[in-house]
Design a protein around this ligand. Structure first.
Ligand SMILES: Cc1cc2nc3c(=O)[nH]c(=O)nc-3n(C[C@H](O)[C@H](O)[C@H](O)COP(=O)(O)O)c2cc1C
Length: 370
């Protein structure tokens, strides 16, 4: 594998396509914010991603592509795995702004070592796109289904040759929603996005900012198995990925893998770990009731890399029909190479790809084999 990285590829300035000074709704309506120039995307050889031909095994997880316009822009920027932001069967408003925070480096490092410690929000942005770590509190907002259903088809149509389109679904938990209805919600959504053109379905079992039943799903092995089997039945023929968080207890991770292997096709490791984000006076930065937020970007890379290595090791040892898609803190071409070398079948990036829209062309210029 030949790699030559110029310093400029590692030190892209911040060029966020999502305006963090505007609301989620503004970004949904007007985004992405990209002033160009549009890059010439290097030609790269075809590879396979869950049976689909792709020009690279790199792209975007469900996150920063909430509409077909965003999908079209990132397709043109050379990202080949394109995931539409997670949808629900019911509309859900975004949590009130602020929804983003830059994070103080010292408390961030301490909290990555000890999850009980809070992280201080700061006004200071890092200097380069590859250094960005953020706290995010959105709450998995979704527009009404009739709107996203139409837009999802436009998004599918915007995906080019050598690219693949993933739709992500989440059931909506509430005190009056039974477990059966919750499982059925996932299944209905899975069937619906498959009929609308999703090539692969991502089941979100792990959002850090929503109701307890949704957030902790990946820790509940029997419920994950039920959901995965129900989506499998509803969306025959579509490969299924499960998006989960870090599971510290290896026995529980093994139980989950054994329960879903052969039903799901892959695991996406990992979703944003939840942490308490605070102001200098100790009050919750995102407001009361939103104490915990997802930490995304560069600082979670050691955790996600450890999870990917652990996942690959267990799959090999247990000979399970599963693959691992790496996600979390992947910010440079060197990071992508490292995760692929660790055994991931592909890598995806949300935060860094938002701050550096040239990430895919940087990769393709340096490592066309990925
Ligand atoms: C703005 C934003 C929105 C996100 N929305 C979703 C979502 O809708 N569904 C989901 O499964 N994960 C969502 N995520 C989590 C990402 O898919 C990913 O797991 C996380 O950001 C870690 O990757 P990163 O370090 O490359 O950002 C979101 C992340 C960001 C930054």
């Amino acid at each position: 594998m030949t790699v030559s990285l110029s310093p400029s590829q590692l030190e892209r300035p911040l060029a966020p396509t999502y305006r963090i000074d505007r609301s989620f709704e503004w970004n949904w309506q007007h985004g992405p914010h990209f002033e160009g120039p549009w890059p010439a995307v290097p030609e790269t050889p075809m590879k396979s991603f869950f049976g689909f031909p792709v020009r690279s095994r790199f792209g975007i997880p469900p996150s920063i592509l909430p509409t077909s316009r965003w999908v079209a822009a990132y397709s043109r920027l050379g990202f080949d795995i394109l995931s539409y932001k997670t949808v629900r069967s019911v509309p859900r408003f975004c949590g009130a702004p602020p929804n983003w925070a830059y994070l103080d480096e010292a408390s961030l490092a301490a909290s990555m070592a000890d999850a009980n410690l809070p992280i201080l929000a700061t006004d200071r942005a890092p200097k380069s796109a590859s250094q960005v770590t953020t706290g995010g509190s959105f709450g998995l907002p979704t527009i009404t289904p009739d709107v996203w259903e139409q837009d999802l088809q436009l998004a599918r149509a915007a995906v080019g040759a050598g690219q693949v389109f993933i739709a992500s679904v989440v059931g909506t938990a509430a005190p009056d929603v039974s477990e059966d209805a919750f499982v059925q919600d996932f299944a209905d959504l899975g069937g619906r996005v498959a009929r609308l053109g999703a090539q692969i379905i991502d089941i979100d079992l792990s959002c850090p900012n929503v109701g307890k039943a949704e957030r902790m799903l990946y820790m509940n092995v029997p419920l994950c198995e039920r959901i995965t089997r129900a989506v499998r039945k509803a969306a025959t023929g579509c490969p299924i990925l499960l998006k989960i968080g870090a599971i510290p207890d290896e026995e529980r991770l093994i139980a989950l893998m054994k329960a879903v292997a052969g039903v799901a096709d892959g695991l996406v490791l990992i979703n944003a770990p939840g942490r308490r984000i605070i102001n200098a006076d100790g009050t919750p930065y995102f407001g009361k009731g939103r104490e915990f937020a997802g930490v995304t970007g560069a600082a979670i890379k050691p955790l996600s890399l450890a999870c990917v290595k652990q996942g690959v090791r267990l799959i090999d040892r247990l000979k399970l029909p599963l693959q691992v898609v790496a996600c979390g803190g992947i910010a440079t071409t060197a990071d992508i190479r490292e995760f692929i070398a660790a055994g991931a079948c592909a890598a995806v990036s949300a935060t860094a790809a938002m701050f550096n829209p040239y990430m895919a062309v940087d990769l393709k210029a340096a490592v066309p084999e990925i």
